[in-house]
Design a protein around this ligand. Structure first.
Ligand SMILES: [Cu+2]
Length: 129
């Protein structure tokens, strides 16, 4: 009982201090947080309830700028495996720079609840050599 209480206090204290309590459990992103100049730009639109395009292909070790925007309400694009997380607002572009370092397929989704079809908003990134 005493042990459980102490653990709860440590987690709460860590959360209050802004420590990344859950960070150790997340898989490492297969991308560099890049400050490099992008080689190309891909525009991605969101609307109820899909991404356009819903699938993109990136080359390993090439830096790309994703330009995110919405055609209706607020959405977001999350691809955890590549560290992509960008808000998508109507009339406003959010730039996300990504340099994938590992080949593979990475699933993404809308991370902002946007209505009854929110759960259908899937995205896929293919990273190839
Ligand atoms: Cu959504």
């Amino acid at each position: 009982m005493k042990l459980i209480s102490r653990r709860v206090i440590v987690i709460v204290a860590a959360a209050c201090m802004g420590w990344p309590v859950m960070a150790q459990q997340a898989p490492p992103a297969a991308a560099l947080p890049s400050t490099a100049q992008p080689d190309s730009t891909i525009m991605i639109h969101a609307e109820k309830y899909k991404f356009l395009p819903a699938e993109i292909t990136l080359k390993q070790d090439q830096t790309v700028k994703l330009e995110l925007t919405s055609d209706d309400i607020e959405h977001s694009l999350e691809v955890p495996g590549l560290g992509i997380n960008g808000i998508m607002k109507k009339g406003e572009a959010t730039d996300v720079i990504v340099t994938p370092t590992k080949t593979g397929d990475y699933k993404g989704k809308c991370g902002k609840f946007c209505g009854f079809g929110h759960g259908k908003m899937h995205f896929l990134v293919h990273v190839v050599q």
